[in-house]
Ligand binder design. Structure first.
Ligand code: NAD
Length: 484
């Protein structure tokens, strides 16, 4: 039994816990019943938080030397590592993922990201810039660039991997000297509320990181409209991303948008089919399919089509759908009732549009929001091939040539990631170059390591997180010239 009573402390503003004027209910997806009430931040709370974050920026946090900032990030990494099991359990309770996955992957990813950017904190340099001198005249001009913090940055995160995704924003933003306001998803706030306690324990100056739980339409919208928030980093649906981009025009906020996906997994005739099937199944079923990079369009060369279909049917049958805290469970429930109904309606629509149901195809008849691991076979023009489902539903589509595979892969509004399965090195490089996506994995998934940039093209978003790109995206370049 996980004790969550101590997480219901309110809003974390300026280093204090404040009671909100409103609340919302969060639900246990495994049981389908209420978990707890949490504070819901209003527009006035957002405004008070921007004040606190600005004070920290101009005060204690802004004055802290870069190496001390790195030290605090490393201290936070140590505390997260100490509490890995509790943090993973809170996420599983809130959003349904088998707890072992959070312990092995999601929480350690946050630790790795904090440590990676801790190392950057005192290595953020400008450049000395050669130039033509003052107005082209004889006086030489000494010119250099600085990389300054952007200011107060808002971070809006989804429920599918709250801590891991927050880490991709929080760690570089702090390493670069910004102050931060975080809004977790109303479907999974608990692990981030616990992180707030660890931020206090690590000793970050008050107001450096502020956490506002609340509804997207109220708290999230107030953040995107606030004139003194200088950047908003959002991970979530394409639809909400579009409204954030529009709202950000109010003060020309910097925006980073990590949005939806409909990733192709291309299996060529020269692939190791057993490895490809295993990888493809993971791409569909991992985290209940609630993954932006889920490889839900499995494009297969016709000569190995039946083998892949049989392999995926076996992989679906081998999934153990159940309680995220039970040993052996590989797929927990979907996050909420709305998501369960949405995924089931896509399964039905696939069958109605003529897809062959190879495995699964419906909800699981038990309390909570469980669905069957599902494999469909069909064509790239079906609704299930066009739209992001965000559940464990894969569509298998045959192709006959490399050109057709590339055409099918790119024939979609999204462009987040793709996977290519082949044993031909030339094909691996040439196909990777032709696919319109932010990340391509060959013979395996993109590892989501802090060193590697991540982000999408087309409707999958704007900007890149992680790696050195993370540093560039949380700093402003300022040019300074001195006429000598
Ligand atoms: P969502 O867009 O519904 O919500 C995301 C966050 O935005 C939540 O915190 C929510 O409260 C907030 N929000 C909702 N309406 C808002 C508004 N009008 N203004 C401001 N904020 C608002 O997405 P979700 O259902 O939580 O997450 C699933 C989506 O996230 C999927 O589309 C998935 O592909 C995407 N995602 C993308 C990545 C990536 O790296 N590209 C990673 C994970 C998830």
């Amino acid at each position: 039994m996980i004790d969550i009573a101590d997480l219901n402390k309110g809003l974390f503003i300026g280093g204090e816990w404040r009671t909100g004027s409103a609340t919302f209910t969060t639900v246990d997806p495994s049981k389908g019943r209420a978990l707890t009430e949490l504070a819901a931040a209003t527009a006035a709370d957002v405004d008070a938080t921007v004040h606190a974050a600005t004070d920290a920026l101009l005060g204690d946090w802004g004055a802290l030397p870069p190496s001390r900032k790195g030290l605090l990030l490393n201290r936070l990494a140590d505390l997260v590592e100490r509490d890995v099991e509790r943090l993973a359990a809170l996420e599983s309770l809130d959003m349904g993922r088998p707890v072992g996955m959070g312990i092995a992957m999601m929480v350690p990813n946050l630790v790795a990201t904090l440590r990676y950017y801790a190392g950057w904190a005192d290595k953020i340099n400008g450049e000395l810039v050669a130039n033509d001198g003052y107005l082209g005249g004889p006086a030489p001009t000494h010119a250099y660039t600085r990389r300054d913090p952007i200011g107060v940055v808002a971070m809006i995160v989804p429920w599918n991997a709250p801590l891991m995704i927050l880490g991709w924003k929080l760690a570089p933003a702090l390493a670069c000297g910004n102050t931060v306001i975080v809004k977790p998803s109303e479907d999974a706030s608990l692990s981030i509320l616990r992180l707030a306690e660890l931020i206090e324990e690590a000793g970050f100056p008050a107001g450096t990181v502020n956490i506002l739980t609340g509804e997207g339409k109220v708290t999230g919208e107030a953040l995107s409209l606030h004139p003194r928030i200088r950047k908003i980093s959002f991970t979530g649906s394409t639809e909400v991303g579009r409204s954030i981009l529009q709202n950000s025009a109010v003060n020309f906020k910097r925006t980073a948008l990590e949005l939806g996906g409909k990733a192709p997994q291309i299996i060529f005739d020269d692939a190791n089919v057993a490895a490809a099937v295993q990888g493809a199944a993971m791409g569909v079923f991992f985290n209940q399919g609630e993954v932006c990079a889920a490889g839900t369009r499995i494009l297969v060369h016709r000569s190995v089509f039946q083998d892949v279909l049989d392999g995926l049917r076996g992989a679906a049958d081998a999934q153990v759908v159940g309680d995220p805290f039970e040993e052996g469970t590989t797929m927990g429930p979907l996050v909420n009732e709305r998501q369960r109904d949405r995924v089931v309606s896509y399964m039905r629509q696939g069958a109605d549009e003529g897809a062959q149901v190879v495995a699964g195809g419906s909800a699981v008849d038990r309390p909570g929001f469980f669905v069957q691991p599902t494999v469909l076979a069909g064509t790239n023009d079906m609704t299930v091939a066009r739209e992001e489902i965000f559940g464990p539903v894969g569509l298998v589509v045959p192709f006959d040539s490399d050109d057709e595979a590339v055409h099918l892969a790119n024939d979609n509004q999204y462009g987040l990631s793709a996977t290519v399965w082949t044993s031909d090195v030339s094909r691996a490089h040439s196909i990777s170059a032709r696919i319109d996506a932010g990340a391509i994995g060959v013979n395996g998934w993109s590892p989501l390591a802090p060193q590697l940039p991540w982000g999408g093209v087309k409707a999958s978003g704007v900007g890149r997180e992680l790696g050195y790109e993370g540093i560039l995206s949380y700093t402003e370049t300022k040019t300074v010239t001195i006429v000598l």
